[in-house]
Design a binder for this molecule. Structure first.
Ligand code: ZN
Length: 408
């Protein structure tokens, strides 16, 4: 990428000198900005920014952003976007009255996706995932975490993670890979869960690590899936291979998953629809980041994580999409911002912080993404004409992103 100079920016948001790496509690109420600004990108990096009175004169590409806002591209720290097929038939079953847990118990849900994934070859998985990455780029996402977990066998888990490795090479999005072999107990192991857990800890984790396929190890620590004790064993096995933990917890019930995440030094604990004061206090005493997934609550018609209470308690809330075929068939971050504001009572500034600065922290890439700071990667969004960021969550469902610039 040659140099790009964006001029006449109505408001440049999330300006930073490189020190804004995580915001918590009341700090989340504000997003630093400059009005009538310019931003210079070169060599794939943010070079400089300032008010128009100091604007440089030339660059390889000049963009006029009159009436438009510029923000750091969104950081989506939780997705499952490599999958074989969408599951709209289960969507219709739910409309007709069956619960997500009932559908899962009868071979639908995650097991349905696992069966279809086994039947799909890697090139088809790669093509559909590349399309999804282009789709989320158009919604403003510049960095994304992708989990395995629809394999549930050694061969299929490796297949997904090899696809993610290929995505890292072919896509301009910045990608983190997470091994989620402990997503569900496959039907073949229903009577012998111990054997599946040993497959995960003794065979899958070493094989994933040997090929350098994952940055993290995740567990679905949830009623009907994996217990906190099983979660401990799997995360400890991951640590032995330098796979840091990040976990799914407290989606369907208070599962003990938050405490399991904190005691295993998880980077983040995600979902948190069911959380009590004990979990909030546990998180306050830790470096583990709480991540809410409001699009999942919307789609399943379930309660939302109490994001307002978590921020009021002083926590650094993260928001992510959970893009997956079963519970969140969307990676649309602007719509997620609307849900966060309307359903969780976050302010627009809090919601933007949760998907930029804090999203970057949840991917352990605060040095590369999440704010407009010299030296960070040139991953920025130019909006359509609008007055301020409040418009993004307010005009829900609209097409707000004119262009997402990413390093080529
Ligand atoms: Zn998930």
């Amino acid at each position: 990428m040659g140099s790009i100079l964006i001029r006449n920016i109505r408001i440049l948001y999330q300006t930073d000198d490189g020190t804004r790496t995580l915001v918590r509690g009341k700090e989340m109420q504000s997003v630093p900005f400059i009005e009538n600004a310019w931003l210079l990108l070169d060599k794939g990096l943010i070079q400089a920014y300032g008010p128009m009175s100091t604007c440089p004169e030339r660059a390889d590409e000049m963009i006029d952003a009159t009436d438009r806002l510029v923000l750091p591209a969104f950081c989506d720290s939780h997705t499952h976007l490599v999958f074989a097929k969408s599951r709209e038939e289960e969507f219709v079953m739910r409309i007709k009255g069956r619960s997500y847990e009932e559908i899962a118990a009868s071979g639908g849900g995650i097991l349905n996706s696992a069966r279809r994934l086994q039947e799909t070859d890697a090139s088809a998985l790669l093509d559909s995932a590349l399309q999804r990455l282009e789709e989320i780029r158009s919604f403003g996402t510049g960095a994304v975490e992708i989990k395995s977990g629809y394999g549930l066998s050694l061969e299929s888990e490796l297949k997904i993670l090899r696809v993610v490795k290929e995505l890292k090479e072919q896509s301009n999005l910045l990608i983190r890979a997470t091994f989620l072999g402990a997503h569900a107990i496959p039907i073949a192991y229903k009577q012998n869960r111990e054997a599946y857990i040993r497959l995960v800890t003794d065979e899958m984790i070493p094989a994933v690590a040997a090929e350098g396929l994952a940055d993290y190890c995740d567990v679905f620590c949830e009623q009907g899936f994996f217990t906190p004790e099983e979660t401990d064993r799997i995360l400890e096995a991951g640590w032995k291979y330098q796979l840091k933990p990040r976990i799914h917890a407290n989606q369907l019930a208070v599962s003990g998953g938050v405490q399991a995440g904190v005691r295993n030094h998880a980077v983040s604990v995600d979902h948190l629809e069911n959380i009590t004061e004990a979990e909030i206090n546990c998180l306050l005493d830790s470096n583990t980041l709480p991540t809410a997934l409001p699009s999942c609550s919307f789609f399943l018609n379930l309660p939302y994580a109490p994001g307002r209470a978590m921020i009021d308690a002083g926590l650094p809330l993260v928001l992510a999409s959970d893009y997956n075929p079963g519970s969140t068939p969307s990676g649309n971050i602007p719509f997620l911002l609307s849900l966060a504001c309307i359903k969780m009572r976050l302010t627009p500034e809090e919601a933007i912080n949760a998907v930029t600065v804090n999203g970057a922290a949840a991917m352990e890439w605060s040095d590369r993404i999440g704010s407009i700071a010299p030296g960070k990667e040139a991953r920025v969004i130019i909006t359509r004409p609008m007055e301020r960021i409040d418009y993004l969550p307010y005009a829900f469902g609209g097409r707000h992103i004119e262009r997402t610039i990413l390093p080529s």
